[in-house]
Design a binder for this molecule. Structure first.
Ligand SMILES: [Zn+2]
Length: 411
């Protein structure tokens, strides 16, 4: 699917007798996504919405760059019956996506959830707006510079992407002391739009290679594998990814219609012989919290319904909460979803209907030791989300996982 869109609607400007082509909006870059319904130059208003493509129902991923509005104040209006803005409003970059800030950088909740106003500085010729802080292959490549050449780190390919046009990256950090007793496995972007998961994965990798006691333990005892983009095409094309028809990547663990899911299942079976599997699937939740779902603006996990692993998962959660104390983005364990409640109940219904998630599939493997789905809020995540904060979360996820596993005696 070609997701490159270029939009320049200026008919209203002509009708209003204004200069032709004053405002231009484009999304022709990795992660870009927008449908522009109207640019009303006279009213200083832009009417727009996400391009849903093959997503069932509504979703909220959008990312566009606007030029030609220096010195003006514009009103951006999304459809009035939906939710399209994170709790702190849009993420904004004035340097082409290198650095980002939230519209409500003071941490105050932005209302409404479907419109915002923005004043462009007199010298502000081009500004990028996005629903979340973007993360695509070029960001992974930039991070990978830190890991290249480190002892044993191997850049591999899991498989071709669904379209066959791209490689699905696989990073390996093999055990450096003979045969490993553990396989630590990490995935992100089963849902293409969920960008907060990747800085967390970076932090996990950084911690393993840091020389810390936890990093050294894992280097001596475990093989580690990472897939940063399970839906590689979706990430680069700027798809929603969530709720794709007929089902999305994280409901594909029985059907196996996606190349990456098939290859990942095969890898986990093939490479975990004689090892215990510790699996983390990293996600972003809904775009903002509401009264009855405060967890959406937090880091949280799902309680496992499998008694065999629940003691390990609970121990991990205890360590993670302990390590988080005093951090910019702190996991406190207070917003975890109990088995059978809320979205956990929906996932269980999906499983019974054959729509099995990665966490559920790994959990059912005979050598699974812990299988954990973690969610990281988009703009608020027990604090104002930043990529640095996401990386710090990742350091603590890895430390907590190792503290849990290293206390356990393998036979
Ligand atoms: Zn997800």
């Amino acid at each position: 699917m070609n997701a490159i869109i270029r939009t320049c609607l200026v008919g209203a400007a002509v009708a209003a007798g204004m200069a032709y082509g004053a405002i231009e909006i484009r999304s022709d870059y990795p992660g870009g996504n927008v449908k522009v319904d109207k640019i009303d130059e006279a009213a200083n208003a832009v009417v727009l919405r996400p391009d849903l493509r093959d997503t069932r129902g509504n979703w909220f991923h959008w990312d566009f760059t606007l030029s030609g509005a220096a010195g003006r104040r514009l009103h951006f209006q999304f459809p009035k019956n939906g939710c399209y803005l994170a709790s702190l409003g849009p993420a904004i970059s004035r340097d082409g996506g290198k650095t980002w800030r939230w519209l409500n950088a003071d941490g105050k909740r932005h209302e409404p959830k479907n419109a915002f106003d923005y004043t462009f500085a007199a010298d502000e010729t081009e500004t990028r707006f996005a629903v979340s802080i973007p993360y695509s292959q070029k960001d992974w490549d930039a991070a990978a510079v830190r890991w290249r050449g480190k002892d044993g780190v191997k850049f591999d390919v899991l498989c071709k992407s669904q379209s066959g046009r791209r490689d699905t990256e696989l990073l390996r950090i093999p055990c450096r002391k003979g045969k490993a007793k553990w396989l630590f496995a990490f995935t992100a972007r089963h849902h293409a739009c969920e960008t907060t998961a990747n800085p967390v994965m970076e932090g996990i990798i950084d911690e393993i290679l840091s020389g810390s006691p936890e990093g050294e333990w894992i280097r001596d005892n475990a093989d580690c594998v990472f897939v940063p983009f399970m839906d590689k095409d979706g990430v680069e094309d700027g798809d929603q990814g969530k709720n794709r028809r007929p089902h999305d990547h994280n409901r594909d663990y029985v059907a196996g219609i996606y190349t990456s899911v098939r290859a990942w299942k095969e890898l986990l079976v093939r490479e975990s012989h004689g090892k215990k599997i510790v699996f983390f699937d990293l996600h972003s939740p809904y775009i903002r919290s509401h009264k009855h779902d405060p967890e959406q603006d937090c880091a949280f996990t799902f309680e496992t319904p499998y008694p065999r692993n629940s003691a390990h998962v609970n121990e991990f959660r205890r360590h993670w909460a302990e390590l988080s104390k005093g951090c910019a983005l702190a996991y406190d364990g207070k917003n975890d979803i109990p088995a059978g409640k809320g979205h956990a109940a929906k996932m269980e219904r999906d499983r019974l209907a054959g729509l099995v998630t990665s966490r559920q599939w790994v959990e059912a493997q005979p050598n699974c030791w812990a299988s954990i789905c973690c969610e990281f809020g988009y703009s608020l995540c027990n604090g104002i989300y930043s990529q640095d904060g996401g990386r710090e979360l990742g350091h603590n996820v890895l430390k907590a996982a190792v503290r849990t596993a290293s206390n356990y005696r393998t036979k």
